[in-house]
Design a protein around this ligand. Structure first.
Ligand code: FES
Length: 113
């Protein structure tokens, strides 16, 4: 989940410790029927395999792009290596983040309005 835009592991974060800071889960990323650029890129790059890790991967990618709108491969690897994917979807994750960075800079669905 995101707490005030920063990725945090929900499994080790008590809701009572969050206070009045904003919590965003992967379900809250879309604006109505318009997906977040990262969600759209995940679909276009067909990232998930079993799906188990994907909520955390997407949230980490959203937080990364908020800090670095045009991340390098090293930026992506440094952040995303903290999220394990037993299915080995890392190459597709990297491609999706690069795509999301482009989508976020493009007006229309999946990008900024
Ligand atoms: S998609 Fe299966 S663990 Fe990541």
């Amino acid at each position: 989940m995101l707490i005030d835009g920063q990725a945090r592991r929900s499994c080790v974060t008590a809701a009572g410790d969050v206070g009045d800071r904003a919590i965003t889960t992967v379900e809250g990323l879309a604006q109505g029927d318009v997906l977040d650029a990262v969600q759209q890129a995940w679909i276009e790059e067909n990232v998930p395999q079993c799906g188990y890790c994907q909520s955390g991967q997407i949230i980490s990618a959203v937080a990364l792009l908020a800090r670095r709108p045009a991340p390098t491969d090293d930026d992506i690897d440094a952040v995303m290596s903290a999220n394990l994917c037993r299915c080995g979807t890392y190459p597709r994750i990297r491609k999706a983040i690069v795509r999301a960075a482009t989508l976020a800079r493009t007006p229309g669905p999946g990008g900024t309005p």
